[in-house]
Design a protein around this ligand. Structure first.
Ligand code: ATP
Length: 515
């Protein structure tokens, strides 16, 4: 069923101009996608929602748009040259390449799925079911949970200590087979650096080697003092940025969940050392509220990191229940003074802030929030795509595909439809309504096909309102306005249409909800 939803999502995205595979006429390019006309609108709306919630609402958060190319030493200082690796493994028979940690995590997922199934079975069997008690006493559940924990721990240690031989041993002990071919004929595990590189034309050799940034955060760190001085912000303050990032992912599957070129929305919050846990808790809650304003709470959860980076003292993911399970959507990390400290050491330039209240200088600590724009896009789409049975004009059952996108994020806010197209005065009236509304909202004018089909087309791209101009409109300047989710139609004066659309689609309602 979920697999089915995922397939529908991919084909719906293409059919309605949300997402196309990149370079499709040349059979595509793995892990790279293009956003079509509807996709570009939805993406811009998600960006706007994030930017406003961060920069507009917080007096002490400012924006930045740093370049993708940066001095190569930045990636040495940040640790990416030496340690931005994934452990890869090849299957000798199928010649397929996998991430060793992902193969092992899939085994953990299987055990967790078994536990959930057992819990559901018991829930159905017993009245007054005590779930916590069942989880802590049922022998099978306990056994699976212990096994999952032991595997996760061994994997985390293997990654931390770079003990690739033990990761391979774990794959063998768990008898993990190639998911495609079933073969267990594996190579050794080795590390693979995920950064793409290119060459600057005027500098030969290693010195001219540039990296396409694998995250936007470093552009913020190296500009920290520029921004602080030019905006005269006082700690605590934040810098927010939206931009492209590039990772040479070993396996780029699952559509736009794991891409080789993607976009991040990151915010670094600069704070006094020692205050990080307070700010970490604050941003965890704030970011979850941002998600909950557009996504049902049951589809979101926190997941603490099993494997903390050596410099981080707290890290959590906000996971979303994608059609292929709960997976990371956003990361919130307390990164101490690791990045600024490393740039200070590598560049020899002070990365310090003078705190007038304490009368001392220090390298600020950082709490960062980092959400993938494309993953956010996928979460909105997978949450919105619904197929339902509704009565047609004759009262017969028919199916409609509707994207229940939160109206503030919908690509098109309002469609203007003359009931028929062969009546000049009706068309002229409808054009007039469209020409008024287009200055305020993204609108579509559509006169082709029967009205029912036009409604369905708008449902399929998530348009919250359809305004229909009919013969009565010519007499009394009223129109019908149809709401996407309820499909209810009401007759209103043309002069009220803009107000109705605005009421439901304006971004500020979402922002107020977060507080
Ligand atoms: P994962 O464990 O899934 O590879 P990550 O922990 O490496 O992700 P971060 O480095 O924390 O990810 O990046 C922050 C955010 O950027 C992620 O939460 C995710 O939303 C997004 N992101 C990271 N890698 C990709 C990718 N290859 N494609 C799309 N989005 C990505």
């Amino acid at each position: 069923m979920q697999e089915d939803l995922f397939k529908r999502l991919v084909s719906h995205s293409k059919e309605y101009g949300f997402i196309y595979p990149s370079s499709e006429v040349y059979d595509g390019l793995g892990g790279v996608y293009d956003y079509g006309p509807m996709g570009a609108e939805l993406k811009n709306n998600i960006k706007e929602y994030w930017w406003k919630a961060m920069v507009q609402v917080h007096e002490n958060i400012v924006g930045l748009d740093s370049a993708i190319f940066m001095h190569p030493k930045i990636w040495k200082a940040s640790g990416h040259v030496d340690a931005f690796n994934d452990p890869l493994i090849d299957n000798k028979d199928s010649k397929k390449r996998y991430r060793a940690d992902v193969l092992i995590e899939a085994e953990i997922d299987k055990l967790e799925a078994k536990i959930e199934k057992e819990v559901e079975k018991a829930r159905k069997k017993f009245d007054n079911f005590d779930e916590a008690m069942f989880r802590s006493t049922n022998a099978r559940v306990l056994d699976w949970a212990n096994r999952a924990e032991a595997i996760a721990k061994r994997l985390a240690n293997g990654l931390k200590d770079n003990n690739l031989a033990d990761i391979k041993a774990l794959i063998e002990e768990l008898e993990i087979a190639d998911p495609d071919s079933g073969s267990r004929n594996w190579t050794d595990v080795r590390q693979f650096n995920l950064m793409f590189n290119t060459q600057m034309s005027n500098i030969a050799g290693e010195d001219g080697k540039l990296y396409l940034r694998p995250e936007t955060a470093q552009g913020i760190f190296v500009n920290f003092l520029n921004v602080q001085k030019t905006t005269r912000q006082k700690v605590p303050f934040g810098i927010a940025q939206i931009g492209k990032a590039f990772r040479n992912e070993i396996v780029a599957r699952q559509f736009i969940f794991r891409m080789r070129e993607f976009e991040q929305m990151e915010m670094q919050y600069f704070i006094r050392p020692g205050s990080e846990m307070e700010w970490y808790a604050y941003w965890k809650e704030k970011r979850m509220a941002w998600h909950r304003a557009v996504t049902p709470a049951a589809k979101l959860r926190f997941k603490d990191h099993d494997n903390l980076a050596f410099y981080a003292n707290a890290a959590v993911d906000i996971q979303f229940e994608f059609p292929f399970g709960f997976k990371e959507l956003e990361g919130i990390h307390s990164r101490t003074d690791h990045d600024l400290g490393s740039h200070q050491d590598m560049s020899g330039k002070k990365m310090q802030y003078f705190d007038p209240e304490l009368n001392e200088s220090y390298v600020p600590y950082v709490v960062e929030t980092s959400v993938g724009l494309d993953r956010m896009f996928l979460s909105i789409l997978s949450n919105s795509l619904v197929e339902e049975t509704v009565p047609d004009a004759q009262g017969e059952d028919s199916t409609r595909t509707v994207l229940r996108i939160p109206p503030a994020l919908s690509p098109i806010k309002c469609a203007v439809l003359p009931i028929v197209r062969n009546k000049e005065d009706l068309v002229e009236k409808a054009r007039g309504v469209f020409d008024q509304l287009k200055f305020q909202f993204t609108c579509q004018y559509d006169e082709k096909d029967a009205i029912g089909r036009r409604y369905r087309r708008q449902d399929a791209i998530g348009t919250p309102y359809c305004v229909t101009i009919d013969f009565d409109s010519l007499e009394n300047d009223t129109v019908t306005i149809r709401e996407r989710d309820s499909m209810q139609q009401v007759r209103v004066p043309i002069s009220e249409v803009a107000g109705i659309v605005r009421q439901k689609t304006e971004m500020h309602r979402l922002l107020e909800q977060i507080g």
